[in-house]
Design a protein around this ligand. Structure first.
Ligand code: ZN
Length: 235
């Protein structure tokens, strides 16, 4: 497991998320923990979050960019790249194009040791496609690189909102203890304040903390983030 890697190899951790704020909601505490452990951390965001009627240089676009940078800082993320696939309409883009964009990033940055991405059962279509493109990009290819660890996170207000019987349920089988980094996750989400909603919305600050506490209590720690394992290869 990458936590046990020694100083001669800095483990590379890549988060592949659809929208700015998904990374903080899904694995912000884990990202801060990886950064504190000296791991190389990168976040890849699929959409630019700018609506079709907005100008990329508009005050709104600048505000969103600033929020993202502040969040990355709070989590200690070293590298962040943002693609401009259409927000809430990634299904209008061929899967191959999304997959190639991820491949191109990885060609420059390096093969990750661990990937965090969306769960395939999310209601949001961008989340579903991000998961699919990730699994396509990192499909096992004997003789070439194989990513050893792929974990799916939950995003309050998308994971769990898919109707029953549709898609796959989020049944976590991996936990990261974020007791020491919950404050950094909360700080990152403060940066995304305008994307957050008032309690008792699932994407309220209160609900996000309650989820982290619940995930923690489930495994006997102060706070945790829970994941579904897509792949773990033990060396
Ligand atoms: Zn999202």
């Amino acid at each position: 497991m990458i936590e046990q890697a020694n100083a001669t190899s800095r483990p590379r951790v890549l988060v592949i998320a659809a929208h700015a704020d998904d990374e903080a909601l899904g694995c912000g505490g884990s990202l801060a923990r990886h950064s504190a452990l000296g791991h190389d951390t990168a976040v890849l965001l699929m959409t630019d979050g700018v609506g079709s009627r907005e100008d990329a240089g508009s005050a709104e676009a600048i505000r969103r960019g600033t929020a993202m940078n502040l969040a990355m800082q709070a989590m200690g993320v070293q590298t962040c790249e943002r693609f401009d696939f259409p927000d809430n309409a990634m299904d209008s883009v061929p899967l191959l194009e999304i997959t190639r964009a991820i491949e191109k990033f990885v060609d420059g940055w390096g093969i990750p040791d661990r990937i965090y991405t969306h769960h395939p059962g999310d209601l949001n279509v961008d989340h579903q496609l991000t998961h699919r493109a990730t699994m396509t990009c990192f499909r096992p290819q004997p003789g070439r690189h194989t990513v050893r660890e792929i974990l799916c996170f939950e995003v309050p207000s998308s994971t769990g909102w898919m109707g029953s019987g549709v898609g796959s349920a989020f049944v976590p089988n991996w936990s990261n203890n974020i007791s020491d980094t919950l404050e950094q996750k909360k700080l990152a989400l403060r940066a995304y304040d305008l994307e957050m909603r008032p309690w008792p919305h699932a994407r309220s600050h209160e609900a996000v903390e309650a989820l982290a506490r619940h995930r923690g209590a489930t495994v006997g720690v102060e706070a945790a983030e829970a994941f579904v394992v897509e792949r773990i290869i033990v060396a």
